[in-house]
Ligand binder design. Structure first.
Ligand code: PLP
Length: 237
């Protein structure tokens, strides 16, 4: 089993290299996040020992257990919360979170500001809605980001690092491509307004999962969130 994770990581890294060459991207501009939800801590350790340092979890309680378990042995492991976070779970956010990718509302931002256990600023990505026709409708609509970004700019706890998006489940390829390009463009526009003078800094653009990472690289993603392609199918019991 461990051999399989090792091979999967090698295969993905090779593919990312090939795609970067093809689309004129730098491999070093693309961060790979291993999405470990529903997978046991020993699998995370395996992926870590094979060169991955960033891991994504969706559910706060599941993340806490794994974080506590792995922290003594793997202090450099970096956790990303990528699932929708309910306001009443904001109190569980602490300095063990490296990045919250799913900040999608002003009310959640306020809860984190007031209720979290953070001692230092938290890296955050604002999750933007990619497709207004998507039934899951995850993420904040572009038109509604003003208030949220204003709040973040004043915040003592939140540090904007970029934007995250989840592609729609089923959609025709060219339509998906248009949506991804638009999402990347919107992310850059919001970033430039937010930071005024961002010459040296670029936003993180977290887009692409096991099924769509190739297109995501083509469209300008800088962070891939991949679970199945690394760990295999999830056991959702
Ligand atoms: C589960 C999940 C992923 C990983 O999905 P795979 O298809 O297994 O690669 C990525 N991003 C988010 C937000 C997820 O919930």
């Amino acid at each position: 089993m461990s051999e399989l994770i090792k091979k999967n990581i090698e295969d993905i890294k090779n593919k990312i290299n090939i795609l970067c060459n093809k689309h004129n991207r730098n491999t070093s501009d693309i961060e790979l996040i291993a999405v470990s939800k529903f997978h046991e801590a020993n699998k995370i350790q395996e992926a870590y020992l094979n060169g991955l340092a960033h891991f994504g979890e969706n559910y706060i309680q599941e993340w806490q257990k794994k974080s506590d378990l792995l922290k003594p042995n793997l202090p450099d492991l970096k956790w990303h919360i990528i699932g929708h976070l309910q306001n009443n779970k904001a109190k569980f956010i602490n300095d063990n979170v490296h990045c919250l990718q799913s900040l999608d509302s002003l009310s959640l931002a306020k809860e984190i500001e007031n209720k979290s256990q953070l001692n230092s600023k938290l890296n955050i990505l604002v999750q933007l809605q990619i497709d207004i026709n998507d039934k899951n409708k995850s993420g904040i609509q572009i038109e509604k980001t003003n208030e949220l970004l204003d709040f973040i700019s004043q915040s003592k706890k939140l540090l904007l690092k970029g934007f995250m998006g989840i592609g729609p489940a089923e959609i025709e390829h060219n339509k998906r491509k248009d949506l991804y390009y638009t999402f990347v463009e919107n992310s850059k526009k919001l970033w430039n307004v937010f930071y005024n003078n961002p010459q040296n800094q670029k936003p993180i653009i977290s887009l692409g999962m096991s099924s769509d990472y190739e297109l995501a690289i083509e469209c300008g993603s800088t962070m891939l969130r991949m679970g199945t392609a690394i760990f295999g199918d999830r056991n959702k019991s």
